[in-house]
Ligand binder design. Structure first.
Ligand code: ATP
Length: 209
């Protein structure tokens, strides 16, 4: 399997891009937020450690209330770090097992994460694509799709890597400032340029190239 890491800031379109790549190539997807939910679900070692660290207030009936936990760590960098020290290794283990189980198969795995490098999940990627859109488009999308206020969208962006940091870790930048169809076309072009020998996927057909 050939692993493409998709990274970018909140609302840049990483998940949508991952879904398009799945549609175009049959790629298997690892969506970091879904893994986060999985490792923090009932009965996991990670859940036990989070409750021990942050108290049962954030886990009524033993189930982690992710919103309550996010409220606790959002304003306190020390607590955020403590949470990351518990969650990142668990997420990394999940990703490693997912990839190891499929390593002799053909095709693509897409690993989507806003924190590929910070969580050290970048080590699993053969290449990294940065999904890029300007802050204004992202804010509008987040207001429309998730009901975020402008303040909320901007305060999340403020805590994430800058454009320059994302660019510096990426092998390729995929632009997504316009329509969804344009994102799909940009992805088709990028997929066509993948090395056939390494990836062995069906090449998507498209209007460009
Ligand atoms: P997060 O880091 O929060 O998970 P993300 O980078 O995965 O965000 P998406 O969830 O893919 O972002 O996109 C955010 C919202 O914006 C979704 O509703 C998605 O459908 C929409 N969106 C993404 N790209 C476009 C686009 N080019 N035009 C219109 N809407 C878009």
């Amino acid at each position: 399997m050939y692993v493409i890491g998709l990274t970018g800031g909140v609302g840049s379109g990483k998940t949508l891009a991952a879904e398009y790549i799945n549609e175009l190539t049959g790629a298997q997807l690892i969506i970091s937020d879904d893994i986060g939910k999985e490792v923090m679900s009932g009965g996991t070692e990670c859940t036990r450690r989070i409750i021990n660290t942050f108290g049962s207030e954030i886990a009524p009936a033993g189930i982690i209330d992710r919103k309550a936990l996010a409220d606790v760590v959002f304003k306190d960098p020390g607590k955020k770090r403590m949470l990351e020290e518990i969650v990142h290794p668990a997420v990394k283990k999940y990703i490693k097992e997912f990839i190891d189980e499929r390593k002799d198969k053909k095709g693509l795995i897409v690993l989507e994460s806003a924190i590929l490098r910070e969580s050290h999940a970048d080590i699993f990627c053969d290449e990294i694509w940065y999904i890029h859109a300007d802050a204004a488009s992202r804010t509008t999308r987040l207001q429309e799709s998730r009901g975020y206020t402008q303040e909320k969208a901007l305060s999340i962006m403020d805590k994430q890597s800058s454009d320059e940091e994302f660019m510096s870790q990426a092998d390729r930048v995929i632009e997504n400032p316009g329509k969804k169809e344009e994102l799909k076309e940009n992805l088709k072009m990028a997929l066509k340029s993948l090395d056939q020998k390494k990836t062995d996927i069906n090449r998507p057909t498209g209007s460009r190239n």
